[in-house]
Design a protein around this ligand. Structure first.
Ligand SMILES: Cc1cc2nc3c(=O)[nH]c(=O)nc-3n(C[C@H](O)[C@H](O)[C@H](O)COP(=O)(O)OP(=O)(O)OC[C@H]3O[C@@H](n4cnc5c(N)ncnc54)[C@H](O)[C@@H]3O)c2cc1C
Length: 396
C-alpha cells in the first residue's frame, strides 16, 4: 500500500503519518534524501484515512480563502531587523505579536548539525533562529502533534512554513477552526534536497578544514536585490563570493534537485492555504521605486478575515503601502518550477561520483563552467556572436 501514486503527488507534509490511528506510517528518506510515508502493512487496518487526509487528494479544498487577497508592500520599522531578515521582516512583526501574548511560534531553523528542521520557540531569542530563508526542505518530524497539543492548551500559535506544510497541518487538524492559530505560508520556488545540502555542508567544511558556525542564504551586505550566500566558521573566518559556496544557489535556481512534487505544486497561485502569505516583493523597484531602499521589502497577502484582524494589530510596527495582485505577480505565484532538463543526469552523476563531482559539472565551482560563464560568454556577447547564435537557434 502507498499513500500516494507517484512521488510527484507527495510533498512529505506528514499529515498522513501524524493522523494514522494505529501509527502504521513512518517517514523514510529516498535516494534523493526526500522523506516519504512508508506504511507498515502488518499494522495497517486499511482505514484509508491517510489517503483522504492528503492535501493532494482530490477532495482537498482551500475553503479558508474567503476573499481575493489584500496585497501589501511591507517593511519592518526597524532597519536592523530587515537586514537580518530575508525580505522586509514581516515574519518578525508577526511572531512578536504572538510572543507578546505568551504564545508559541513554529518555524524552520538549523539544528546543531546544520540540518534544516521545524522547531518551536517561546522567546524572541528562540524565534530569531527562524529568521532567514533556508532553501532546503525542512524536516517536520512530529511537530504537528506538538502544535495540536499547544492549541488544545488554549495557547496562541503561529505556524510558518511552505504552503504544502501549511496545507498538511490544516489537513491534520481536520479543518477544526482554532481561533488562536495563525497560519503563515511563503511564496515558494520549491525545496531542494536535504541530502544535497548535507553533502554541500560537508564539502564546505572539508575544503576549509573547519566547522561551520553560521550560514546565511540571503546576506544583504551588497543589498537585498543582490543578496548572496555567506558562511561563518568556528575559527572566526568567513566566506562569501566563492564558487564552492555559490554552487548551492546555482543548484537551487537551476531546479535540478527540487522535490519532485514542487514541479506539480498546487499553490503557485493566489489561492493560498494560509491566513497570511509572505514573500519577497520582487518588482517593487518598478511599481513603487520610492519604497525600495534595497534593504528588503516583504510582499504580504492577507488571505482570510483572521489574517486581516492580525494585520490591523501589527501594522503600527510596519511601514506599508497597499498594492495589487498585478503589481506583485511573480513567477512562483503563476506556475510551478519547471524541472531542469539536467535533473536525471545530475542525480545519476551524483549516485556514481558524489557531490563534489556534480557541483563541478553543473555549477561554476567547475573551472570549465566558470571560464564559459565569466570569460567566454562576455566576450561572445561583446562581439555579438552570442546574439547571432541565439537567433539562429530560435529560427530552428
Ligand atoms: C524554500 C523557500 C523558497 C522560497 N521561494 C520564494 C520565491 O520564489 N519567491 C518569493 O518571493 N519568496 C520566496 N520565499 C520566501 C522568502 O524567501 C522569505 O522567506 C519571505 O519573504 C519571508 O521573509 P521575512 O523577511 O518576512 O522573513 P524572515 O525573517 O527571513 O523569516 C523566514 C521565514 O521563513 C520560514 N522558513 C525559512 N526556511 C524555511 C524552510 N526551509 N521551510 C519552511 N519555512 C522556512 C521561517 O520559519 C520564517 O517564518 C521562499 C522561502 C523558502 C524557505
Amino acid at each position: 500500500m502507498e499513500v500516494y501514486q507517484n512521488k510527484s503527488q507527495c510533498s512529505g507534509c506528514t499529515a498522513c503519518m501524524n493522523s494514522c490511528p494505529v501509527n502504521a506510517i513512518t517517514m523514510v528518506a529516498d535516494q534523493e534524501g526526500f522523506k516519504y510515508p512508508q506504511i507498515d502493512e502488518t499494522i495497517c487496518t486499511e482505514c484509508d484515512l491517510c489517503q483522504k487526509i492528503c492535501p493532494f487528494h482530490e477532495g482537498y479544498s482551500k475553503e479558508m480563502n474567503l476573499q481575493t487577497p489584500k496585497v501589501y508592500a511591507v517593511k519592518h520599522i526597524d532597519d536592523d531587523i530587515r537586514i537580518a531578515s530575508s525580505s522586509g521582516g514581516m515574519f518578525t512583526a508577526l511572531s512578536d505579536y504572538v510572543l507578546e501574548k505568551h504564545g508559541v511560534v513554529y518555524g524552520a531553523a538549523f539544528d546543531d548539525n546544520f540540518r534544516v528542521c521545524h522547531q518551536k520557540a517561546e522567546t524572541a531569542q528562540g524565534r530569531d533562529k527562524f529568521r532567514g530563508s533556508k532553501y532546503v526542505q525542512s524536516d517536520l518530524g512530529n511537530i504537528f502533534q506538538d502544535v495540536k497539543a499547544e492549541l488544545d492548551r488554549d495557547r496562541d500559535v503561529l505556524f510558518t512554513g511552505t504552503p504544502c506544510q501549511i496545507a498538511g497541518l490544516r489537513s491534520y487538524l481536520e479543518k477544526k477552526k482554532y481561533d488562536r492559530l495563525i497560519l503563515c505560508d511563503l511564496v515558494c520556488l520549491g525545496t531542494p534536497s536535504p541530502l544535497i545540502w548535507k553533502d554541500y555542508v560537508a564539502l564546505l567544511e572539508g575544503a576549509k578544514g573547519r566547522s561551520l558556525q553560521g550560514f546565511n542564504f540571503r546576506d544583504k551586505g551588497n543589498g537585498w536585490h543582490t543578496s548572496r550566500l555567506y558562511a561563518q566558521f568556528m575559527d572566526g573566518t568567513t566566506l562569501c563570493n566563492n564558487p564552492l559556496l555559490d554552487s548551492f544557489n546555482s543548484i537551487f535556481y537551476q531546479h535540478i534537485a527540487l522535490r519532485p512534487s514542487c514541479h506539480m505544486c498546487i499553490f503557485t497561485n493566489f489561492a493560498r492555504p494560509s491566513d497570511i502569505t509572505m514573500a519577497d516583493f520582487w518588482g517593487i523597484e518598478n511599481s513603487k521605486p520610492e519604497f525600495d531602499d534595497d534593504k528588503g521589502v516583504s510582499l504580504v497577502l492577507i488571505n482570510t478575515k483572521k489574517g486581516e484582524a492580525v494585520f490591523e494589530k501589527i501594522k503600527t510596527g510596519l511601514v506599508y503601502e497597499i498594492s495589487t495582485m498585478d503589481e506583485c505577480r511573480q513567477r512562483h505565484l503563476t506556475v510551478p518550477a519547471e524541472p531542469s532538463p539536467n535533473r536525471d543526469g545530475f542525480w545519476n552523476d551524483y549516485y556514481e561520483c558524489g557531490f563534489e563531482y556534480v557541483a563541478k559539472k553543473y555549477t561554476e565551482y567547475g573551472l570549465r563552467n566558470r571560464v564559459k560563464q565569466r570569460v567566454l560568454k562576455p566576450i561572445l556577447a561583446k562581439v555579438g556572436i552570442l546574439e547571432i547564435a541565439r537567433s539562429l537557434l530560435r529560427r530552428k
